[in-house]
Write a protein that binds this ligand. Structure first.
Ligand code: PLP
Length: 287
């Protein structure tokens, strides 16, 4: 199940290995992107490739493909598996300089492509009922050297927030910035609905492909939506909350810090956006 491509070859996942001295491992000096193959259709692959290419450029990585070449490689990787529901991952690590050197310009960057079984953020029952969340006590400090719009492996604040959520009996944690504004969580963007308007944090977050899809759907359907700055108090007073991620689309959040949001069930705007999102997903091109 699943396949990987590295060093110019496809190999079974269990044989995909890189050096423990790779700076991707020792220094988080790597970037990645992930798209969803759903019933063998790939949703918005070009957007994931475009974001990956921007991340590569921003971090001065080089790979031996342009966007079209990478696309062909990714689709070939999908074809090599029988998985209906999979992640396509593209990862680029710095590699390592020759022994005895510290010169990162001498690193040969490693491009790794994997197609692996999909893991959903929430089960069908959880998606139906909605998840619970907590506002984390941890502050999301965007690593100053890394633009949060660049997909990166600087996940330690997210990892701590996952433990914190578990300790509080919540499914998810939302992190705020130093100034109290709501940002994002471990692998997802945050949305709220207030008075019929859909709002999502304006900046300091990854520009999620699913976030962009939701904003597109709102524009197409005449649902008022905008990017905005809001704090945890505003989120607590929301009519509806949902999170967005490639790992599950639009997922409702029905309780925040032990208080119900709205009537404690997924709201009408969330349900409508979710229905349209999956309709679009199902009409994506075959892989
Ligand atoms: N924010 C962060 C930090 C993420 O890592 C991710 C996805 O992995 C997201 C948001 C959601 O982005 P997307 O909708 O492109 O999956």
């Amino acid at each position: 199940q699943g396949v990987a491509w590295l060093d110019g070859h496809f190999v079974p996942l269990s044989e995909a290995r890189i050096s423990v001295f790779d700076h991707g491992f020792t220094r988080s000096d790597a970037t990645y992107d992930v798209a969803h193959v759903y019933r063998r259709r790939v949703f918005r692959l070009d957007r994931h490739i475009a974001r990956f290419m921007r991340s590569l450029k921003s971090l001065r990585f080089e790979i031996p493909f342009d966007s079209d070449g990478l696309r062909a490689l990714l689709l070939e990787a999908v074809r090599q598996t029988a998985l209906d529901d999979a992640w396509i991952m593209m990862i680029c690590t710095r590699g390592r300089p020759p022994f005895g050197s510290r010169d990162i310009r001498l690193c040969r960057n490693n491009l790794i492509v994997c197609v692996v079984p999909f893991i959903w953020l929430a089960t069908p029952a959880q998606r139906e009922a909605g998840l619970t969340a907590t506002v984390s006590t941890l502050v999301r400090i965007p690593p100053h050297s890394v633009d949060p719009r660049v997909k990166n492996f600087h996940w330690l604040d997210f990892v701590r927030s996952i433990f914190e959520a578990q300790e509080r009996g919540s499914d998810l944690a939302f992190l705020c910035g130093e100034d109290g504004r709501v940002t994002e969580g471990a692998g997802f963007n945050v949305f709220m609905v207030k008075g019929g308007e859909v709002l999502t944090p304006a900046d300091g977050v990854l520009e999620g492909i699913t976030r962009a899809s939701v904003l597109d759907i709102c524009a197409d359907e005449g649902v008022p939506a905008r990017v905005a700055v809001f704090d945890a108090a505003a989120l607590r007073a929301a009519d509806e909350i949902f999170v967005t991620t490639t790992s599950g689309g639009i997922v409702p959040v029905v309780r925040l810090d032990d208080r119900p949001i709205g009537d404690g069930r997924p709201g009408p705007v969330t349900r409508k956006l979710n229905e349209i999102y999956w309709r679009r997903h199902e009409s994506a091109p075959w892989s």
